[in-house]
Design a protein around this ligand. Structure first.
Ligand SMILES: Cc1cc2nc3c(=O)[nH]c(=O)nc-3n(C[C@H](O)[C@H](O)[C@H](O)COP(=O)(O)OP(=O)(O)OC[C@H]3O[C@@H](n4cnc5c(N)ncnc54)[C@H](O)[C@@H]3O)c2cc1C
Length: 612
């Protein structure tokens, strides 16, 4: 058994920042990660980090843009914290040695990004995330923070009080990918989940194969609600053959979108008369698909993104990486031809419900980064707002878990007097087929577990039994087949354009895959680097998250931000200025709502029509 004050699960941007902050607060910290830190998906971030750094800009303007971008579903205390703290956190990165792109006069460069009223996106070429990860990993190494890399966390050690909000998290159980050993980790102060996105729920995504939403799924099953899961961002510029991202930085620098008639459709078809290609992502993604659906797409599938007019010098200076991506994945020389692009799954706005200190309703359990929903992005994230979220809320969660006192949080978690219970009609029973399997609560026996070590030991025993069961079973269905089925259905039915029949079909498909998963087996019996075993465990997480996304989407019968419903073409503020929450509820998902907080420090944000 290993023991530390603070255990950070995940070593991407949020995890590294949380670990540094907890360490600076005096805690003995461990980072436990299934990937080596610099292989985390933050390394794929291209475009930049939003921070109001320049004269003429202000955190208030950044907050206004973010609230508008969120389609008035972001919580003001979270948005204002993000925008107030982002400049300081960005400057901290620069002081740690991050190689930001610079102007001739030496100042850090900033570029325009979609939905921003000021060019406030700082960047390091088109490899911002790569530099961010390396900069922070160096700080982790310098401080001697213990890193357990290639350890897969598969279960949270949480007490089993009937009332989930009385539960406590005392650690995690992890599988050492190199040796095949399953071990317990006791966290004296707290566990911080920073496990990133869930893009593998879909088959066309900018996310890596490791982005399977593990932390969100484990927290959900342990009793923490998932918030606003229906809001999935589909990025307008992904390469059709692979889903690889072409950064918004291309449009930020002046890249233009064309349909098959050579029309600059963002203007010519009136999708965004003021800012065209720099409208927010949901608007551009819908515009592209409308062009394709109305016969103006290229090969009935994509549109063109052209940056040739920017000139070779500027492209090489600011977007060189894009040239390589277009060449390597599509065989296109973007200095001489336009790039094919179409929308693809990119980001989960929803996630583990937290307050602005990263705390969940389970004592000792925190979340930050893409796996969390604090909520700054609401119904639609603005490009360049995820990286500041990692460093701002990663740092806060790290400090808080290590014992810093921020005073009472403004955002509530768990059920309160404001809670409204919900109901959604589903064509099949959602939730677990066998509630025992994969349950994150340490012990289903009903005996109250309070002792931290005993809680971790009990979770460890359950996890060892699960791994043995999966390895010993020698026939059944393989996870890859189930994963493909799930991804196909989600891409077909819970995409940019959604309707009731499609969402119901997705729930039926998820149910079918859940039932088949009961018979899943691992083909590779080895103990070392058994990726089949890991992916089989991840598959269970994908199922629970896909269902949460679809249940949220079915419940929300309005059109807000990234969530478009065919039969509900307006934003319904009287009814829907509220967050959707789903509790696992021992395997029978429960839907409930809490109001959005539009009251900021000094002003109330008033929902307006969102046009660009
Ligand atoms: C291609 C691309 C480009 C982007 N560009 C930008 C941009 O320019 N600006 C911007 O603001 N945002 C951008 N985003 C979004 C942003 O990069 C991500 O939201 C963010 O990097 C996620 O960081 P994270 O720390 O939450 O997770 P990640 O960086 O994905 O890290 C997750 C960590 O958790 C670990 N982990 C996961 N599961 C487990 C488990 N079960 N056990 C142990 N460890 C686990 C992984 O090993 C990893 O270390 C981009 C996203 C993509 C996909």
């Amino acid at each position: 058994m290993y023991e530390h004050d603070v255990i950070v699960v995940g070593a991407g941007g949020a995890g590294l920042r949380a670990a540094i902050a907890a360490h600076e607060e005096g805690a003995d910290v461990a980072l436990v990660s299934k990937l080596h830190p610099v292989r985390s998906h933050t390394g794929a971030a291209e475009g930049g980090i939003n921070a109001a750094l320049r004269q003429g800009d202000s955190w208030e303007d950044h907050a206004y843009d973010t609230m508008k971008g969120s389609d008035y579903l972001g919580d003001a205390p979270a948005i204002e914290t993000l925008c107030q703290d982002s400049p300081e956190e960005t400057i901290q990165l620069e002081h740690w040695g991050m190689a930001f792109s610079r102007e001739e006069d030496g100042r850090v460069s900033q570029r325009p990004f979609g939905g921003l009223s000021f060019p406030r996106t700082t960047y390091a070429g088109a490899e911002t995330g790569h530099h961010l990860l390396h900069t922070m990993y160096q700080q982790v190494v310098k401080r001697g923070i213990q890193v357990y890399d290639e350890w897969y966390v598969s279960r949270l050690a949480v007490t089993n009080h009937d009332d989930t909000e009385e539960r406590e998290c005392h650690g995690v159980v992890a599988y050492d990918i190199k040796s095949g050993n399953v071990e317990g980790f006791v966290a004296r102060n707290g566990v911080i989940l920073t496990t990133g996105g869930l893009g593998q729920v879909y088959d066309h995504t900018t996310n890596a194969v490791a982005n399977t939403g593990d932390g969100a799924a484990m927290a959900y099953r342990a009793g923490v609600p998932l918030e606003d899961m229906e809001f999935i961002q589909f990025h307008p510029t992904t390469l059709p053959s692979t889903g690889v991202l072409i950064s918004e930085g291309v449009r930020g620098e002046g890249g233009i979108l064309y349909n098959n008639e050579g029309e600059r459709f963002m203007f010519e078809h009136g999708y965004a008369n003021n800012v065209g290609e720099l409208a927010s992502r949901d608007v551009v993604a819908r515009a592209e698909l409308t062009e394709v659906n109305e016969g103006r797409g290229i090969e009935d599938e994509y549109v063109h993104l052209d940056m040739r007019h920017l000139g070779e010098e500027r492209i090489i200076d600011r977007l060189e990486n894009i040239l390589h991506l277009a060449e390597d994945f599509e065989g296109v020389n973007a200095l001489e031809e336009p790039m094919p692009v179409k929308p693809g799954q990119h980001y989960a706005m929803g996630g583990v419900e937290t307050d602005e200190n990263g705390e969940t309703c389970i004592s000792g359990l925190y979340a930050a980064g893409e796996c969390a929903c604090v909520s700054v992005h609401g119904a639609n994230r603005l490009g360049g707002n995820a990286l500041p979220e990692l460093i701002v809320f990663g740092a806060r969660a790290g400090r808080h878990a290590a014992g810093a006192d921020f005073g009472p949080a403004k955002i509530t978690t768990g059920k309160t007097a404001d809670t409204e219970l919900g109901e959604v009609e589903t064509p099949v029973e959602p939730g677990a087929v066998d509630a025992g399997d994969g349950d994150a609560v340490a012990d289903g026996s009903g005996t109250a577990l309070v002792d931290p070590t005993q809680t971790v030991e009990s979770a460890l025993e359950a996890e060892r039994a699960r791994v043995e069961h999966l390895l010993e079973k020698d026939e059944g269905v393989q996870q890859a087949e189930l994963r493909a089925k799930l991804q196909r259905s989600m891409t077909q039915n819970v995409n940019v354009f959604r309707n009731e029949e499609g969402l119901e079909q997705a729930l039926r498909d998820i149910r079918e895959v859940r039932e088949e998963y009961q018979d899943v087996y691992v083909n590779d019996p080895s103990r070392t680097y058994n990726t089949d075993l890991i992916q089989t465990i991840e598959m269970r997480n994908l199922l629970d998250l896909a269902e949460a996304i679809t249940l949220g989407a079915l419940a929300r019968d309005e059109f807000r931000g990234a969530h478009w419903r065919e039969a509900h073409q307006e934003r319904k503020d009287e009814q829907w200025l509220k967050h959707t929450l789903l509790s696992w509820n021992d395997g029978t998902p429960e839907l409930w709502f809490k109001p959005v907080i539009l009251e900021g420090e000094e002003k109330e944000y008033e929902p307006k029509i969102r046009s660009y």
